[in-house]
Design a protein around this ligand. Structure first.
Ligand code: GRF
Length: 225
């Protein structure tokens, strides 16, 4: 089973997927592409130094628009979709991808939009995302900081993380897994963040497995499916 991963930063969630690929956590699974919108994303190094190395791609929004006069954000999303599509993934994981995933991008993986020059999709390719908040709590950017502050002010009494299916409404897709993360009044945000990331690394692998099992169950040990 083939996985494409979209990143923007450190890539610790990507690392969890790299470590899990082809183990009992993610059997018969290979990351076939890591795409970043930031050139210096550490996750790109994690991919290229993995054994065997994982193919990488970089496409930054501003450089794309600057070097293609007249092109828009929508064209950028199409270009990202095209690169991902060509890797023929069975699932796409946004693992700290700091762009909003547009409807045009999602339609390509639903199979309702065929890009010029590309083949028709045989079946829908699920697109999932990790978000460091519980469903409906802190949609959008800086969710960790916003959540932590709200907890410290007593505005919420629990925090957590989720992996959800991506829909055009930011962070509003059906959660595949949600997990609460312990948070302590008066602690430093770094302490909370450390615990949160550890939970992220578990659930990103579990949720990826759920969607991959839906599209293509792993081969059993005797080779039958
Ligand atoms: C994670 O906390 C994720 O939930 C958020 O961005 C962070 C990415 O971290 N959206 P990393 O690049 O996987 O280390």
């Amino acid at each position: 089973r083939r996985l494409a991963v979209l990143i923007s930063g450190a890539g610790t969630n990507l690392q969890a997927l790299i470590d899990a690929q082809n183990t009992s956590s993610l059997p018969n699974t290979r990351i076939v592409l890591v795409l970043s919108n930031r050139k210096n994303a550490r996750g790109l190094i994690r991919a290229s130094t993995a054994l065997p190395p994982i193919p990488t791609a970089y496409l930054g929004l501003q450089p794309f628009i600057k070097s293609n006069p007249g092109k828009t954000r929508e064209d950028y999303d199409v270009e990202v979709a095209r690169i991902v599509l060509r890797a023929k993934p069975d699932a796409v994981v946004c693992a700290g991808w700091m762009h909003i995933v547009s409807e045009g991008f999602l339609d390509v993986f639903k199979g309702t939009r065929v890009l010029e020059g590309e083949e028709l999709l045989a079946r829908e390719v699920p697109v999932i995302n990790i978000h460091p908040a519980l469903f409906g709590q802190f949609d959008g950017a800086h969710a960790i900081e916003r959540g932590f502050e709200a907890f410290q002010k007593g505005e919420v009494d629990e925090l957590g993380v989720m992996v959800h299916r991506v829909v055009k409404e930011v962070d509003r897709g059906e959660p595949l897994i949600q997990r609460r993360v312990e948070v302590v009044k008066g602690e430093a945000i770094e302490a909370y963040e450390g615990r949160l990331h550890k939970v992220e690394w578990e659930i990103i692998v579990e949720a990826t497995r759920i969607v991959l099992d839906e599209v293509q169950p792993p081969l059993s040990s005797d080779g039958s499916s």
